[in-house]
Design a protein around this ligand. Structure first.
Ligand code: AMP
Length: 283
């Protein structure tokens, strides 16, 4: 497969998207922070199936990391990422510098409101303002027809959908299923931080969710029973600190007591120094 066109400039990116659209083609955009794995590539593949042209963005966005978090050591390998994206048929890659995205004097930030406050937002209070702002910027720089996001970051999908609706951004948001390793762990760039021992312990997140999923499939509808099942698997694992387990009405951040409609069970935990999140749909 040819390597994709690599674009660093904002104007050239917008022009590339507009030109494709003027030629009558639909364009998909896949925002990422790079260090690409099969989860990211599944979004790119969905985009190549759903759109005539695809542009991926690779940008480790500093404003979504708190000062104590891993911005500096976040894995970066643009050359390898571009090759992987080319192999699945992505046409162009937008990889801007931090200075281009946030020139001196930039202060605008998007507060998406209540859906950004609980769970991830409570633990990472500045995270979703950073996410919403960079996603809005990326969707304006690459004004595609469809934007692709992963179910893995469930609250992010709720925040992005809310923002796109509230700001009337003319783009369709597509959410793709979580891609997992053979043993069930959700693929994440942050899995690279785990030691072999931590990697083994980290399995408890997906196993806890699986437990809840199986209870739900067997007819259990009480959210506290489902939460408890997931909680037990995780808290029974040494070296893992559970941060939350929540059962939410699908598409929202509203907790439910009875699962009488499609829902999502979401968990976050620390495994050593590494924070991991995961979720499954109960439908
Ligand atoms: P990130 O590079 O972590 O910002 O992720 C970029 C996009 O890939 C986001 O929409 C994520 O939700 C999505 N993503 C990350 N991991 C996975 C996965 N295991 N399966 C599906 N999508 C994923």
């Amino acid at each position: 497969m040819p390597t994709p066109l690599l674009i660093h400039e904002i104007d050239a990116t917008r022009q590339w998207v507009r030109e494709r659209q003027r030629a009558g083609e639909t364009v998909g955009v896949v925002p990422t922070m790079g260090a690409l794995h099969a989860g990211h590539l599944s979004l790119a593949e969905a985009a190549t199936k759903g759109c005539d042209r695809v542009i991926a963005t690779v940008f480790v966005n500093p404003t979504q990391f708190a000062p104590s978090e891993d911005f500096e050591r976040y894995p970066r390998d643009l050359e390898a990422d571009a090759k992987k994206l080319g192999d699945v048929g992505v046409d162009a890659v937008f990889a801007p510098s931090v200075e281009a995205m946030y020139p001196p004097g930039a202060t605008t930030s998007i507060d998406v409101g209540s859906v950004a406050r609980p769970f991830e937002g409570a633990i990472r209070p500045t995270h979703f303002a950073g996410v919403a702002t960079v996603v809005a910027k990326l969707l304006l720089i690459a004004p595609a027809d469809r934007a692709y996001f992963g179910q893995k970051d469930y609250q992010q999908t709720v925040v992005v959908r809310r923002m796109v609706a509230d700001l009337n951004l003319p783009i369709e948001v597509v959410v793709c299923p979580t891609v997992r390793e053979a043993d069930g762990i959700a693929m994440s760039s942050r899995n690279a931080y785990l030691s072999a021992d931590e990697r083994q312990r980290a399995l408890c997140l997906s196993q806890g969710l699986r437990e809840a999923e199986q209870l739900h499939a067997a007819g259990e509808r009480d959210a506290s029973t489902l939460r408890e099942a997931a909680r037990k698997v995780i808290t029974d694992t040494d070296g893992v600190e559970l941060q939350y387990v929540a059962v939410l009405r699908d598409g929202t951040m509203d907790e439910v007591e009875t699962v009488d409609a499609p829902a999502v069970i979401a968990v976050a935990a620390r495994v050593g120094q590494t924070r991991l999140i995961d979720n499954v749909r109960l439908a």
